[in-house]
Ligand binder design. Structure first.
Ligand SMILES: *[C@@H]1O[C@H](CO)[C@@H](O)[C@H](O)[C@H]1NC(C)=O
Ligand SMILES: *[C@@H]1O[C@H](CO)[C@@H](O)[C@H](O)[C@H]1NC(C)=O
Length: 304
């Protein structure tokens, strides 16, 4: 009897404490300092800066002569028509971009390029947009790449304007080790851990090194593929992932701890609305103008 009461009160205490700290995490954790708050994140594209985007998202690779370039693909066939790896060529040898480039998550959408078809260096982006926060995906597990990116970030005095990472936890750990002053993303294994902690009620007690959670909205899969072509089990998994991941109480807890939540890659009003309703900090989009219009129409402004 006594033991039962003890267990019951302990469990109740745990549940209550967890619930309290879920709502008020700063009772236990110092809120992370946020140097910038991005609501409008452009999935590629410098024009978006003129539009007032809060953040650029880009991918980095290393050339043979150890220059950091901005390129999504490690093989350049799709973007340039030349079948070669970025890491096999010196920067000066890299082929220019094709005129017509498929760029979005949705089918059949092309970007007719501008004048300059050169594959940019990370340095060029830093010089062109000295005050725009940049989200850097480290595309290759290469220590030199990580070191060089850190050096550039430091050189251009952008530690406070940068977040970096990869889905691989190994890469994120290396990034954090290389320069812990640059905020990191949750890697994929860490997202799973985060969910485990959240659903067991442990999350409020656990310190987190990451400062950015960037996750897809699983339900958009039905928009990318022809929904009829998804099998029943694929549809179920999508539904389940969506329900597990898109949790307002999770997002609110994280943002109260100073961890920003970005959801990608959303391209229509319905999904923009859902993300902001769920308490996401920001939305990553292929269509900066569309998101800007949506935010203007709905009075979503910098002040939260
Ligand atoms: C990293 O990239 C450089 C340049 O492409 C290359 O020389 C080096 O071998 C790579 N290191 C690893 C560990 O892959
Ligand atoms: C993460 O790194 C792997 C290589 O280790 C790469 O294939 C992948 O595209 C990267 N993902 C992101 C989101 O940068």
């Amino acid at each position: 009897m006594c033991a039962a009461v003890y267990v019951l009160s302990t469990v109740t205490g745990y549940v209550l404490t967890s619930a309290l700290l879920l709502k008020c995490p700063t009772l236990l954790h110092r809120k992370k300092r946020e140097n910038f708050l991005s609501q409008h994140i452009s999935h590629r594209g410098g024009d978006a800066v003129n539009l007032g985007t809060d953040m650029l998202e880009l991918d980095c690779q290393l050339t043979k002569d150890e220059q950091v370039v901005v390129s999504h693909d490690s093989n350049l066939k799709r973007a340039t028509g030349v079948n070669t790896q970025v890491c096999d060529m010196a920067y000066s040898e890299l082929p220019p971009y094709l005129c017509k480039l498929g760029v979005t998550f949705q089918r059949e959408c092309f970007c007719e390029g501008g004048e300059d078809k050169r594959i940019p260096l990370l340095r060029d982006v830093f010089e062109a947009f000295p005050n725009t926060p940049v989200n850097i995906d480290i595309k290759v597990n290469n220590d030199t790449l990580i070191k060089k990116v850190s050096e550039l970030v430091v050189k251009y005095d952008r530690e406070h304007l940068t977040v970096w990472g990869n889905a691989s936890n190994e890469i994120v750990k290396k990034c954090y080790k290389e320069n812990p002053r640059i905020p990191v993303l949750f890697s994929f294994p860490r997202v799973l851990q985060l969910l485990g902690l959240f659903y067991t009620g442990l999350l409020p007690f656990v310190p987190l090194k990451e400062q950015f959670l960037e996750i897809p909205m699983p339900s958009i899969i039905t928009k990318l593929k022809d929904p009829n072509r998804l099998t029943k089990s694929q549809r179920f998994i999508t539904w389940l992932a969506d329900n597990l991941l898109m949790r307002k109480s999770l997002f609110e807890h994280l943002t109260a701890r100073g961890i920003q939540v970005y959801i990608w890659v959303l391209n229509d009003d319905e999904d923009f609305q859902r993300a902001f309703d769920l308490g996401a900090t920001g939305v990553m989009t292929d269509f900066p103008t569309r998101l800007k219009d949506f935010m203007d129409r709905n009075g979503i402004s910098k002040l939260q």
